[in-house]
Design a protein around this ligand. Structure first.
Ligand code: AMP
Ligand code: GLY
Length: 428
């Protein structure tokens, strides 16, 4: 079958690469894609947020399955429009995408459905937000309610910082319209994990666990980013925890959406904090995680096209997923300056040498200029390897990265450190 993938980042590269190797898939098209994706799919220059252009592309190409990678087109209603023309789509409609598009909607839904999550209040008035923060004290978490590419979350260690952050968001300074409503949350302590599910109506198929490193700097320091690296599986997610997340978080959330008339078809991503009182939801996304998707696709052995088509056509019941027992680890290389401003168009050398060192290079923010690969986004590459342990996969990736020839990029040196420490402890 012919499959159209919407998006052009590292997640979409991993999806296109996996689809290319799916027996059920004969052709992969990607809009807009990137130079790395072009090695695995036919890229068409239609932007991932160009809803009318994507509709026209679907009409021209008539793909059997359309997979929407990023959240923005889903929140803009791309799923609804494609479905109304009869296409099989993997990615939720607008009403269900609100789970990611509005943190206040998502927290309200969780409260109603009894899904474990941090205590919260939502505010649009700066004085009311300040009063809440002064009453609660620090540490406390302030979130822009709307979409902010993973960057709209401030963890404040003291009340004055918290008040300044909330006022800044509500004034529209830091995150524009996304910050016109803020969610103030109780600070949760614990280890984080990403629990993803392929969902088709009331059928929910869990993916193996993964763990992302959202902070910019080594030791999980610095501001939040979209994710600086990830690995799978995450040993902190035991089979019992995975079951608890499925039963107390994923199922009631999907049921609460359905009760509001919003059927979910797509990936439900639950960001989880493993607290001493059990797993609690930090956030929901309505698509595969980026970079979690890169290690997950590296380990998935099932035919991705077949599974996602079954989900899109509501015949997911009875399907299961096979995984490579090895561990996969992905390190993100970002442009110097990210998550702030950075210089684009810098030549990136050594990519063949990185790939020849046993790692897979997934492209994210790259472009082609005069035959060279250059940076065009904040997160640029996801260098990924599979090995028998997280420590071994980490070694392969960092050795491969030593071949990268790009002074304008940087990466964290400690991706996977929690799992590596666990592996050391478990060794005699
Ligand atoms: P979110 O986009 O809501 O997942 O938040 C981004 C990151 O901020 C999470 O991955 C956590 O590291 C951190 N975070 C969010 N909410 C909380 C919370 N209530 N307590 C502690 N850390 C949080
Ligand atoms: N890696 C976090 C996310 O995809 O939102």
């Amino acid at each position: 079958m012919k499959v159209l993938v919407v998006g052009g980042g590292g997640r979409e590269h991993a999806l296109c690469w996996k689809l290319k190797h799916s027996p059920s898939v004969s052709e992969v098209i990607c809009a807009p894609g990137n130079p790395g994706i072009a090695q695995d799919a036919r890229c068409v220059n239609v932007g991932a947020e160009d809803i009318d252009g994507l509709l026209q592309l679907a009409r021209n190409e008539q793909p059997k399955l359309i997979i929407v990678g990023p959240e923005v087109p889903l929140v803009l209603g791309l799923g609804d429009k494609l479905r109304s023309e009869g296409f099989a789509v993997f990615g939720p409609n607008q009403a269900a995408a609100e789970l990611e598009g509005s943190k206040s909607f998502s927290k309200q839904l969780m409260a109603e459905a009894g899904v474990p999550t941090a205590k919260f209040e939502t505010h649009t008035d700066p004085d009311a937000a300040e009063a809440c923060l002064r009453q609660w004290g620090a540490p406390v978490v302030i979130k822009a309610s709307g979409l902010a590419a993973g960057k709209g979350v401030i963890i404040a260690e003291d009340v004055e910082t918290a008040v300044a952050a909330a006022r800044d968001m509500l004034a529209g300074n830091s995150f524009g319209e996304a910050g016109s409503q803020v969610v103030i949350e109780e600070y949760l302590l614990g280890e984080e994990a990403s629990c993803l599910f392929i969902v088709s109506g009331d059928v929910i198929l869990p993916l193996d666990s993964s763990q992302d490193h959202k902070a910019l700097l080594n030791g999980d320091q610095g501001p939040n980013t979209g994710g600086m690296g990830a690995y799978s599986p995450a040993p902190c997610v035991t089979p019992e925890i995975a079951e608890t997340v499925l039963e107390t978080i994923a199922r009631p959330t999907i049921a609460a959406l359905a009760a509001r008339g919003a059927e979910f078809i797509g990936t439900l991503y639950a960001g989880i904090m493993l607290t001493e009182n059990g797993p609690k939801t930090l956030e929901f996304n309505v698509r595969f995680g980026d970079p979690e998707c890169q290690p997950l696709m590296s380990r998935l052995q099932s035919d991705l096209g077949e599974v996602l088509l079954a989900a899109a056509e509501k015949r997911l019941n009875g399907m299961h997923l096979d995984w490579d027992a090895r561990k996969a680890l992905c390190v993100v290389v970002a442009s110097n300056g990210y998550p702030g401003a950075f210089e684009k168009g810098q030549r990136i050398g050594g990519l063949d040498a990185v790939q020849n060192s046993g790692a897979m290079v997934f492209h994210a923010g790259t472009a082609e200029k005069n035959g060279d690969i250059v940076n065009s986004g904040g997160r640029v590459l996801g260098v990924t390897a599979l090995a028998n342990s997280v420590s071994a996969a980490q070694k392969v990736v960092y050795h491969a990265l030593s071949k990268l020839d790009w002074a304008g990029g940087f990466y964290r040196n400690d991706i996977g450190y929690r799992a590596v420490a666990r592996e050391r402890l478990n060794k005699p």
